[in-house]
Design a protein around this ligand. Structure first.
Ligand code: MG
Length: 325
């Protein structure tokens, strides 16, 4: 590499602490390890996700989008736990030390980091096929972390935002409308919704593999069945327009049910807390929509408004079937 690892880190990633205004970072970038102060009344919530070029994002994705997405997918996992993002570490593997690439990558990552006041406190840069790993650290009042376990029969199933935008963008490739492409490249982690659901949701998961697959994970940990209303799945205007052009209704529902990369939250709420959940989330980014109900009978049943059943065919459904026999 033309620039040493040390020079790369200093130039693109070592920023003044004032960028996030955090006073709980004792030592950030520059020592052998970082030191942070965890408040006494909080649990520390940790998650890590790796994005590999050609696997987790198309090879042609802009470095700015890769920087955003690498952090966003981790903030989405923290959101699903009801944790407030605090710090993160970063490992970037690059084929070559490309200053323009790194500058754009850092711009995408720090725009999101600064928005949520989450501070980069360490990491490394190595040479190899392009991949990015972020470990995010969040804080939650002791014992209040949200979990996948806990959904009980009768609980309503909600999702934040809209479903299928990222999946439609992937499917349409360069033809995709800019709004859909934006959702694929710059997903919005539902941090505010996750915080609002503390003490209220019976179970939460973020949708990274598609609603059916991720709801399947919730059902592995709680009551085992669910009914989904496919007509109720929230769709963006861009998604609806693309689906209308496509013509086939099954494509529309399949994408909304099985495509990943939306990074919305799927959560369940006991019936007597639904009004409170809806009012808490109404004013937050993405809002929420009720899409079904938890049932004691195992399996996920998809229905139309007229009561007829709907059988999905996409990959997320296969994943769900494999995971649940
Ligand atoms: Mg997750």
């Amino acid at each position: 590499m033309a620039l040493s690892e040390f020079e790369l880190i200093r130039r693109f990633f070592d920023r003044p602490q004032a960028a996030t205004g955090r006073d709980d970072v004792v030592l950030g970038i520059g020592d052998d390890a970082a030191v942070v102060t965890v408040p006494e009344d909080c649990d520390l919530v940790l998650c890590m996700d790796t994005l590999v070029a050609g696997v987790h994002f198309p090879e042609a994705t802009s470095p700015e989008a890769i920087g955003h997405k690498a952090l966003a997918v981790n903030l989405s996992d923290l959101a699903a736990m009801g944790a407030e993002p605090a710090w993160f570490t970063l490992s970037v593997t690059l084929p070559a030390a490309d200053a323009d690439w790194l500058a754009a990558f850092a711009r995408g990552m720090f725009r999101l980091a600064d928005h949520y006041r989450v501070q980069l406190i360490g990491g490394d840069v190595t040479r190899g096929p392009l991949s990015v790993t972020v470990q995010a650290h969040g804080l939650v009042p002791r014992g209040e972390a949200l979990r996948r376990a806990g959904a009980a029969a009768g609980d309503r199933i909600y999702v934040t935002g809209t479903l299928g935008d990222a999946g439609m963008a992937l499917r349409q490739g360069v033809q995709a409308a800019p709004a859909l492409r934006q959702r694929l490249d710059f997903p919005s982690p539902r941090v505010e919704a996750g915080l609002a659901l503390r003490g209220l949701a019976s179970a939460v998961i973020d949708i990274s593999d598609g609603l059916l697959a991720d709801l399947g994970h919730l059902l592995e940990a709680g009551d085992p069945g669910a009914e989904l209303q496919v007509d109720a799945l929230p769709a963006s205007a861009g998604f609806a327009a693309a689906a209308a052009t496509n013509g086939a209704e099954n494509v529309h529902y399949d994408i909304a049910l099985t495509a990943g990369d939306d990074y919305e939250l799927c959560f369940t709420v006991p019936p007597d807390r639904c009004a409170e959940a809806e009012s808490r989330l109404a004013g937050l980014p993405g809002g929420c929509t009720v899409v079904g109900v938890i049932e004691a009978h195992p399996g996920i049943r998809c229905r139309r408004r007229d009561g007829s059943s709907w059988v999905p065919t996409g990959a997320g459904y296969q994943h769900f079937r494999n995971g649940n026999g």
